[in-house]
Design a protein around this ligand. Structure first.
Ligand code: FES
Length: 106
């Protein structure tokens, strides 16, 4: 099922925002120059929200230990991160952004 996250105009280019899912997961939605991308929000190295990190050259830099991941692929690019992030296809319909999932709260 497609879950609406926000309107495309709600997230400016080069910004990231966290969205909570009903099953306890959270996704980070990124707006890069070439489109929208989504990953798990939780860093695979610790309890950090990647939406609190910084986007640099297509990577999200974790605010805790400055590890990083490729936003488009989820691949860990900078230590201490080595486990990849799960990624989610983002679908745009009539200017609204969706990911696949169970249900969005809030
Ligand atoms: S918690 Fe993200 S790099 Fe350590």
């Amino acid at each position: 099922m497609k879950l609406r996250l926000c309107s495309r105009g709600d997230l400016p280019t080069c910004e990231v925002r966290r969205f909570e899912l009903a099953d306890g997961r959270a996704v980070a939605l990124y707006h890069l120059e070439d489109g929208f991308f989504a990953t798990d929000d939780l860093c695979t190295h610790g309890e950090a929200s990647l939406a609190d990190g910084e986007i640099e050259d297509g990577r999200i830099v974790c605010p805790y230990h400055l590890g990083a991941f490729d936003i488009r692929t989820g691949k860990a690019t900078d230590a201490p991160c080595h486990i990849p992030l799960k990624t989610y296809p983002v679908v745009e319909i009539d200017g609204e952004l969706f990911v696949e999932g169970e249900k969005v709260e809030g």
